[in-house]
Design a protein around this ligand. Structure first.
Ligand code: ATP
Length: 308
């Protein structure tokens, strides 16, 4: 019997920000954030195999929107590890992508986190937690959360994480829009809209933390907030129609995810989520509608075949 080809597959979740409080900029021009990340079971699978050449193949509904060279954050992580660690070498990478691209759900950062774990496992690099944290923060501020998953408080640029006590599971519906929104453009619009407003030190509202402890989706729905929503809607006014339609069709709460343009709707339970999916799809306000539940664990190995 032929030996199976060695390879490691890591599954990694998308995130939604339950609150995104944007504060003043730091010395490098980055806004200080106070956010609560929440991972949902909308996932990408990243597989790496040892290879003579660098290769990247993307599969799934968003394949044509994702770069396959060094611009791909997951490839960049793998190449960086090959440069730094003599045990590591080129890989053939496959990303089976279900996380919407440029949708404010941190799909690129998720794939980078997955690649880190996959390459470590494939070449037995035995990276420490500190190695992972340093590399994650260097690649992007959403990467550390993709490693931990669950529900977490993020401060600084969103990369300083602390756990948040939560109970229960939450059922979400995501309304996707094919037209992407660039995160830097959304921040620039936020700056324009807030040029004459006083921006305070960013904080997570206490009512959000209390809602997460209660496990009650109605309480959580009332506590969702996103300071970037106004800017995202200003750049893409159709987002307001999507929000209004979802709320009229029974969603408990609605929020633009991160810098958008995905709109996240919180529902009472699984059956309400399915009803909302049908209603939103029929309304035609969004280009695609998917459901997911959270919290979900961070990047995890789901299959390993080590080289013999
Ligand atoms: P964030 O919420 O972190 O701002 P996002 O969800 O809005 O991110 P991504 O899906 O991460 O956006 O993609 C942003 C851009 O990053 C894409 O347009 C794409 O060109 C590039 N990119 C690089 N690597 C990847 C990847 N592995 N998956 C998706 N996009 C990637």
């Amino acid at each position: 019997m032929a030996a199976k080809q060695p390879g490691v597959t890591v599954r990694v979740p998308a995130k939604v920000n339950l609150c995104l409080n944007v504060g003043p900029t730091d010395g490098d021009g980055y806004h200080q954030l106070a956010t609560v990340f929440h991972a949902v079971d909308l996932t990408d699978d990243v597989t790496v195999r040892p290879s003579r050449h660098w290769e990247c193949t993307i599969t799934g509904p968003y394949a044509d929107k994702v770069p396959t060279g060094h611009a791909n954050l997951a490839m960049r992580v793998a190449q960086r590890l090959a440069d730094e660690c003599y045990e590591a070498g080129p890989v053939s990478m496959t990303i089976d992508k279900s996380i919407p691209v440029a949708g404010g759900m941190a799909g690129g950062s998720a794939d980078a986190a997955a690649a880190m774990i996959a390459v470590d496992q494939l070449f037995n690099l035995q990276l420490t937690k500190l190695d992972f944290t340093d590399l994650a923060a260097e690649i992007g501020s959403d990467v550390p959360f993709a490693l931990t998953g669950g529900t977490a408080f993020g401060s600084g640029r969103g990369d300083q994480l602390a756990p948040v006590l939560t109970t229960g599971r939450y059922e979400w519906v995501f309304a996707l829009h094919h037209e992407g929104l660039s995160t830097p453009k959304v921040y620039a619009e936020f700056d324009r809209l807030n040029a004459h407003r006083k921006i305070g030190f960013p904080q997570v509202p206490g009512e959000l933390l209390a809602a997460l402890r209660s496990g009650d989706p109605r309480e959580l729905a009332g506590a969702l907030s996103n300071d970037l929503q106004e800017a995202a809607v200003s750049l893409m006014p159709r987002l307001q129609d999507t929000i209004d339609t979802g709320l009229a069709e029974g969603a408990l709460g609605a929020i633009v995810s991160g810098s958008g343009p995905t709109v996240a709707f919180l529902t009472a339970d699984r059956s309400a989520a399915l009803d909302l999916m049908v209603a939103l799809t029929a309304s035609g306000v969004a280009d695609d509608v998917v459901s997911a539940s959270g919290p979900h664990p961070g990047a995890r190995v789901i299959s390993t075949i080590r080289p013999v």
